[in-house]
Design a protein around this ligand. Structure first.
Ligand code: C5P
Length: 238
């Protein structure tokens, strides 16, 4: 078995305001475990993962640590306070990752349905191609996309050129660190991590993942996630 070469930054530092229930989404129960525990267990499942940093809302670090521990993982686990924007939370997590790890995988705590195989696929694709600096998971857009200006359609791009992209996103650690330093210096804002790697000229590959890797944002998303988990256990019981 290869020794651990990968660290995971699990970002769960958002306020979860849109979820609209006290306590937020990350600790809400999904099939008997907190949403965040599902994300953690899938992200940490590989023996390649030796370190996991869970980024929490600043006032809830202790609460998240208690809700999550212990987890069935041999990785070293750390809980840290996040920042105002998602990218600030990722930067706070990245700062904790020891230099010894060659790869960093970033995952949204709010995506509890990503399976361990998806993490492995992203890492293996990155590993197999020395020309890649990162790999994102997603799928080709199935919807028609419109660019909107002032509430009116300005343009309909060719959807064949577009993917919907989620996490996990896997990167060579050195490139990701450089990308984050540059993003901070240039005042860039982004909704994913790959965009910062792209901004420093990094090459990012794609792995096609399932469409059920949803982000739990609204309370109704949790019902959808419950249905997906129930469907999976029904299929595995057959
Ligand atoms: O806000 P958004 O839906 O993009 O959040 C995606 C993930 O990033 C969530 O798991 C959320 O908790 C996390 N996040 C964070 N710190 C923030 C904002 C979002 O860790 N300031």
């Amino acid at each position: 078995m290869r020794s651990p070469d990968t660290a995971v930054v699990l970002v769960a530092g958002g306020s979860g305001e849109r979820f609209g229930r006290p306590g937020g989404k990350q600790l809400a129960p999904l099939a008997g475990r907190p949403v965040l525990a599902h994300s953690f267990d899938a992200a940490a499942a590989s023996a390649r993962v030796g370190f996991v940093v869970v980024v929490c809302p600043p006032s809830r670090v202790e609460e998240y640590a208690q809700a999550l521990c212990p987890r069935p993982s041999s990785a070293e686990v750390r809980f840290v306070a996040g920042g105002e924007r998602r990218q600030d939370s990722v930067a706070a997590g990245l700062a904790e990752v020891p230099d010894a790890f060659d790869y960093v995988v970033i995952h949204d705590g709010a995506r509890p349905l990503a399976l361990p195989e998806l993490f492995s696929a992203a890492l293996d694709t990155l590993d197999a191609d020395p020309g890649l600096d990162g790999v994102v998971v997603g799928y080709p857009s199935v919807d028609t996309l419109k660019r909107v200006e002032g509430g009116r359609v300005a343009e309909t791009p060719d959807r064949a050129q577009y993917w919907a992209v989620q996490t996990p996103q896997a990167f060579r650690a050195s490139v990701l660190r450089r990308a984050y330093v540059q993003a901070e210096a240039a005042g860039l804002e982004g909704t994913d991590d790959a965009s910062f790697v792209e901004a420093v000229g990094g090459v990012v590959g794609l792995v096609e993942g399932p469409r059920d890797n949803i982000k739990v944002t609204l309370a109704e998303d949790l019902a959808l996630a419950e249905a997906v988990v129930a469907g999976r256990s029904e299929r595995s019981a057959r």
